[in-house]
Design a protein around this ligand. Structure first.
Ligand code: CIZ
Ligand code: SF4
Length: 308
């Protein structure tokens, strides 16, 4: 049987690095060199000097790592691991909204495909979306594909944030019901609630802290509660448990089937056979990279690949 140790050995022998998202299966997280959010992982890919980067996350994340690292080989162990929310925003829809709102900047959530990022002015994560939008010299901003994050950004910045598509959402976060959060709070009265901004407004309203997965990890260390109720995909609980944080899921059903498609077996196959190399059209990659760079510039941080 394939174990975490065997996969680690395989990675080492082949000079490969495994990057795993916070929502990956526990054993895939355990075999990884780094576990984090999509931005942390793609920045790590810039840093590492490896022959092969195996990216355990959904399609847009592996694509993001590849487009920020044009000289490196990034493999996605399971090409069918695709984020349904990213698929909700198409280049055609972007063009339609651009026509409807001339002059309004387009901010793409990192959960979008490279072709959409290439058409965007900026690319944000849930960790920096509100900060970026507040810096924009525009009152109306186009934002997609997550309408809940768009709504959260509007609440934080007071701007008119137009969601595209109108009903774009993450099915996993949408399914976390406020009643489940309330029940978890009753069962763990001492707990503080951490919620992802992809959750509905009603769930966010029950939270003590709203932020990206990596911000939730940070908050769990800083808020000083004895335990936490976590309203996001359950994979984050493994990460928190390893850090010694007592955390309970707001909903045990918040499982992303696409994140879970990647297994130790598919990672091993990717390492041994080098299958699933992520290819992004160089022109698309260049345009998408520019949108990421503009975001870094406006936030006042230099992109690591621009540092000498
Ligand atoms: O950017 C990511 O990794 C996503 C989609 C989730 C999060 O908040 O970390
Ligand atoms: Fe997409 Fe939601 Fe799964 Fe994240 S948790 S990959 S946003 S479907």
């Amino acid at each position: 049987m394939l174990t975490v140790q065997k996969v680690c050995k395989m990675l080492e022998e082949r000079g490969a690095v495994l990057l795993a998202h916070n929502y990956q299966r526990p054993e895939v997280q355990d075999a990884a060199h780094l576990v984090g959010d999509s931005l942390e992982l793609s920045l790590k890919a810039v840093e590492v000097d490896a022959k092969l980067i195996v990216f355990a996350g959904v399609d847009f994340m592996a694509e993001q790592a590849a487009l920020l690292n044009p000289g490196k080989v990034v493999v996605h162990p399971e090409p069918l691991s695709r984020c349904p929310m990213a698929a909700m925003l198409t280049p055609e829809l972007v063009r339609k909204y651009r026509g409807r709102y001339p002059g309004a900047p387009l901010v793409a959530y990192v959960n979008s495909l490279a072709e959409v990022k290439a058409l965007a002015d900026y690319v944000v994560t849930s960790a920096n979306a509100a900060a970026l939008v507040s810096q924009l010299d525009a009152d109306t901003v186009l934002f997609g594909p997550d309408r809940h994050l768009a709504e959260y950004v509007a609440e934080k910045t007071g701007k008119n944030v137009v969601p595209l598509p109108e009903l774009g959402h993450c099915p996993v976060h949408l399914a976390i019901a406020p009643s489940e959060v309330e029940k978890a709070k009753r069962e763990h009265p001492a707990a503080k609630v951490l919620a992802h901004p992809e959750c509905t407004r009603e769930v966010r309203a029950l939270a003590d802290f709203v932020g990206s997965t990596s911000q939730m990890v940070k908050a769990a260390r800083e808020l000083g509660a004895r335990e936490y109720v976590v309203a996001t995909e359950v994979g984050l609980l493994h990460r928190l448990a390893k850090l010694g944080v007592e955390a309970h899921p707001a909903s045990p059903y918040a499982v992303c089937p696409d994140m879970k498609k990647i297994t130790l077996e598919s990672v091993a196959r990717a390492v041994l056979e080098g299958r699933g190399v992520v290819r992004v059209d160089p022109k698309v990659a260049e345009m998408a990279r520019r949108a990421v760079e503009r975001t870094f510039e406006l936030l006042g941080v230099s992109a690591p690949w621009q540092r000498s």
